[in-house]
Design a protein around this ligand. Structure first.
Ligand code: DOR
Ligand code: ZN
Length: 361
């Protein structure tokens, strides 16, 4: 036996057959879209997560209680047979949002939170907020009723370098907002920089951040590696390696202010491989496999349940889910793409061998 083969054998013998069973997790940031796309992508999220915070950036955006309730019904109707997936709805904030509409939707149990997109910051954000300080009456009402605001934290100033837009937003918009509304619960969605994570930590009594699977495994170089990779383009765009490492540290730290938000954002292949590529990564089908791999690589599997299933529920004031899901260190492969209409949606990390698998009972 060669020396290499001996080492391989020793390693194989040493490696325990690992599996991990955690309470069913939630996805606190998911784009399910509507119509045929909803039908195509929902089964993947529903197979991995018990609940999901549903993003409201449809066309037209979900700005009324009635529209949100109707969208919730469409999601419930699109669930695969036997699924108990629970959609948690959000209100798309605009310059016209009324504090009374916010309070009514919250009181009626339709809205769990409201989403603040700076106008034009990302996909279908052109109806978003143009003047954040002017949103004060809405945010004051949310503060009063304990309803969280979920923030896409990027500056929309075209003069600002795209890799600096999150930092600029934090400095010029988020910190003043936190100071103006000291009791407001705030989630910084899809955090991508080390500095953002520190701001969240400093306000952790009422602030939190979601962390996506893709920002844990790609950096900005990945987008250009071997040619331009449209399926790795999302907003906020992936940053330098030091930020990816900070995100991995935060996610696996056990700190209660960090939790799952996949930002799974499907676009048709034809919209990604286009003259103008839409922002968004469809990570919903491989989310848990990616997260658990990161926790394994960081020797933090003992903190995986905290990040995946406990921190978010606590922040939102909800009970953790009953039931469990098991993942095991066994190689598997998820399909490369999911068919939708005449096109398909490319799956993030689809078609490649992943070291971890979901155990299906
Ligand atoms: O990359 C993104 N895609 N970022 C967002 O904020 C929105 C999302 C989408 O809806 O496609
Ligand atoms: Zn999103």
């Amino acid at each position: 036996m060669s020396l290499d083969a001996m080492f391989d054998k020793a390693a194989a013998n040493a490696a325990p057959v690992a599996s991990i069973t955690i309470r069913r997790p939630d996805d606190w940031h998911v784009h399910l879209r509507d119509g045929t796309m909803l039908n195509a992508v929902l089964p993947f999220t529903a197979a991995q997560f018990a609940r999901g915070i549903i993003m409201p950036n449809l066309v037209p955006p979900v700005t009324t209680v009635e529209a949100a309730a109707a969208y919730r019904d469409r999601i419930l109707a699109a669930r695969p047979q036997g699924s108990d997936f629970q959609p948690l709805m959000t209100c798309y904030l605009t310059d016209m949002t009324s504090p009374d509409e916010i309070e009514r939707g919250h009181a009626e149990g339709v809205w769990v939170a409201a989403k603040l997109y700076p106008a034009g910051a990302t996909t279908n954000a052109h109806h978003g907020v143009t003047n954040i300080p002017a949103l004060a009456p809405v945010l004051e009402r949310m503060e009063k009723i304990g309803m969280p605001v979920l923030i896409h934290g990027e500056s929309t100033d075209p003069e600002i370098d795209i890799f600096d837009r999150e930092a600029a937003f934090m400095e010029h918009s988020l910190l003043p907002l936190l100071a103006r509304h000291p009791g407001l619960k705030v989630v910084i969605e899809h955090a991508t920089t080390a500095e953002t994570l520190d701001i969240v930590r400093a306000h952790a009594t009422r602030a939190a951040a979601t962390i996506t699977p893709h920002h844990l495994v790609i950096n900005r170089t990945s987008i250009f590696q071997g040619g331009l990779q449209p399926h790795l383009y999302c907003l906020p765009v992936a940053k330098r390696e030091r930020h990816r490492l900070a995100l991995r540290k935060a996610a696996t730290s056990g700190e209660s202010c960090f939790f799952i938000g996949t930002d799974t954002a499907p676009h048709l292949r034809t919209r990604k491989e286009a003259e103008c590529c839409s922002a968004g990564i469809f990570g919903g089908a491989t989310a848990l496999q990616t997260y658990v791999q990161v926790f394994d690589e960081e020797n933090a599997l003992d903190r995986f349940e905290t990040f995946a299933s406990l921190n978010g529920a606590r922040f939102y004031g909800m009970a953790p889910n009953s039931g469990t899901i098991t993942l095991e260190r066994r190689e598997s492969r998820v399909m490369a793409a999911v068919g939708v209409d005449d096109s398909e949606v490319v799956v993030f990390r689809g078609g490649v061998t992943l070291p971890w698998s979901i155990v299906t009972s």
